[in-house]
Design a protein around this ligand. Sequence first.
Ligand SMILES: O=C(O)[C@H](O)[C@@H](O)[C@H](O)[C@H](O)COP(=O)(O)O
Length: 274
Amino acid sequence: MAAYEPKKNSEIRIFESSDEMATDLAEYISQVSEISVKERGYFAIALSGGPLVSFLRKLCEAPYNKTLDWSKWYIFWSDERAVAKNHADSNYKSMKEGFLSKVPILSSHVYSINDNATVEDAATDYEFVIRQLVKVRTIGVSESTDCPKFDLILLGMGSDGHVASLFPKHQALELKDDWVTYITDSPQPPPERITFTLPVINSASNIAILATGVDKATAVHLAVSDCRDGPDTPAPLPARMVQPTNGKLVWFLDNAAASSLDMSDGAYQQHREY
Ligand SMILES: O=C(O)[C@H](O)[C@@H](O)[C@H](O)[C@H](O)COP(=O)(O)O
C-alpha cells in the first residue's frame, strides 16, 4: 500500500489488490471502533450501498469477529433507496447479507431506514431517531456544528462523484439545517432515496471513501486535487465537498481509481510506502 496526505486531516491509501484493501479497511475500522468504545462507550457507524459491503469481508473473519466489542456497535445508513428491505436494490439487504449477519452485532442496535413510508416520512423518522440517540449520547454531538458526530461514516463514490445519495448539482447539497433528507429524482435508479446531508457527513469523527475501478479515476482526481474552482470547472463534486469539520477523511483507492492522480506535482506528499 502507498499512503499520501494531500490535505490537512486527509489521507489517501492506494492498494494493489482488493484483498489488500479489505485487509487494511478491517484494521482501520477495528482501530476506530476501539478508540470510540474506549472514549465514548459506543461505536456509531454509518454504512452506504454499492460495492462497499464486499470490502467489509475481512472484518467478518478472525481476529476481528472474536476480538471486537461488537456489543457496543450501533449501525446506521448514510443513505437508502426507497425499496422494500428484501428488494435487490436495498442497502439494508446487502449489508444484512454481506456483513451484519456474519458478526455478533445486536439486532436492537441496527437502525435501518423505514421502508414502509413515503421517502419524506422516512427521512423525517430517521432524523427523529438520530436526534433521540444524540440526546442520550449513543451518537456523539459536534460542538462546532451541533450535528450528530458519527464515529465513522463509510461512503462509496459513484463515477459522477456522488456520495451517499448526494448527486452533482442537486439542491440537497445546499441543505444546512436538515440532518436527513430525501430525493425523488436520483439520476441513478431507483429515483427515490433518503440520505444524510453534507453537514452530518462533515461532522463525523472519521469518514472513509472507497473507490475502485478506472471509471472512478476522473472523479477521484477532481475530488482530491488542489485545483481551484473556476468558470470552466464543472459543478463541485459531492465527493469534493466531503471536508470534515474536525474529523479525518481517508480515501481507500485501488490503482485504477488512483490512476489520474499526479503524485509528482507536489499536491500529494508521500509519507509512507509499504
Ligand atoms: O446507495 C447508493 O447508491 C450508495 O450509497 C452510493 O453512494 C454508492 O456507494 C456509490 O454509488 C458507489 O457505487 P457504484 O460503484 O456502484 O457506483
